[in-house]
Design a protein around this ligand. Structure first.
Ligand code: TPP
Ligand code: SF4
Length: 264
């Protein structure tokens, strides 16, 4: 199997807007799956509803395109019934942390052996750009025309605190690091959570002075701070400025997972 074989060709062309970050993230995921030499019949992609969640429909193995916010519930059921199956979830920041927020914390607490890839574009992209629990403070969305007045979730801190065995954050700019993180996530027993900051030029960039795709990519490149540097700065008492965010691996541990077949 090569990378192209993992795409469901008869579903192309895809629905994504020109310059959307989701395609890059799907490609990094399929590359990681291909590098690990997974077999189609042993791999299932699961997703909820949203632009991000459409990704599962473009894969050539079995996939479940479920209901909004419920991907992790479907994925948990699947993994418990078929513990040998590689179960990979595509979700959006709204799908994962708003309507699906409770499933998210409990999937992490259970440490169910699945890999969750959250395409965080800071808003509800599919429905026209409403604010989500991940909309940055002050950002414009259709439901926050004067700027978001609530603080956003840090999804990685949430996943780590709730019990996930592997947690990392990258962006759609960091394709090599992202592919590597997904590969490590797939190899780590227990819940692996990979948050990917993704550009949505249509519903987010256009309202936040980043009409051009390149402006969003530049923003990722300039504002992403490697975890080692952030830790070094924190030790010196230097605070991260509000527009910056940390990327890298936050946790990789061996807490007992759920859904891993017991050794006979
Ligand atoms: C139960 C239910 N409520 C609301 C919707 C409408 N809806 C579809 S996608 C979506 C938001 C998707 O946002 P996100 O998960 O962040 O994904 P994105 O489109 O940004 O990738 C909403 C509210 C729905 N399909 N089902
Ligand atoms: S609305 Fe945004 S997230 Fe959805 S396909 Fe278009 S650019 Fe991508």
């Amino acid at each position: 199997m090569n990378l192209e074989d993992w795409y469901r060709q008869d579903r192309l062309p895809h629905i994504y807007c020109a310059g959307c970050g989701n395609g890059t993230i799907l490609n990094c995921t399929l590359r990681a799956v291909e590098e690990l030499d997974f077999k189609k019949e042993e791999t299932t992609f699961v997703s909820g509803i949203g632009c991000s969640s459409r990704a599962s429909g473009y894969t050539s193995s079995d996939s479940l395109h479920t209901t909004h916010g419920r991907a992790l519930a479907f994925a948990t059921g699947l993994k418990l019934v078929k513990p040998r199956q590689h179960v990979i979830v595509f979700t959006g920041d709204g799908d994962c942390s708003a309507i699906g927020g409770n499933h998210f914390i409990h999937a992490c607490r259970r440490n169910i052996d699945i890999t969750v890839i959250c395409m965080n574009n800071n808003i509800y992209g599919m429905t026209g750009g409403q604010g989500s629990p991940c909309t940055p403070y002050g950002a414009i969305s259709t439901t926050t025309p004067y700027g978001m007045q609530e603080q956003p979730f840090d999804l990685c801190k949430l996943a780590e605190a709730a019990g996930a065995n592997y947690v990392a954050r990258w962006t759609s700019f960091h394709v090599k690091e992202l592919t590597e993180a997904i590969r490590i996530g797939l190899e780590t027993p227990g819940l692996s959570f990979i948050e990917v900051m993704a550009q949505c030029p249509t519903s987010f960039g256009s309202k936040n002075k980043m009409r051009q795709v390149t402006q969003m990519i530049d923003m990722f490149r300039e504002n992403a701070v490697l975890k080692v540097k952030a830790d070094r700065d924190a030790a010196k008492g230097i605070q991260l400025s509000p527009e910056k965010f940390v990327v890298g691996q936050f946790v990789r541990r061996k807490n007992p997972p759920l859904g891993v077949e017991a050794a006979k």
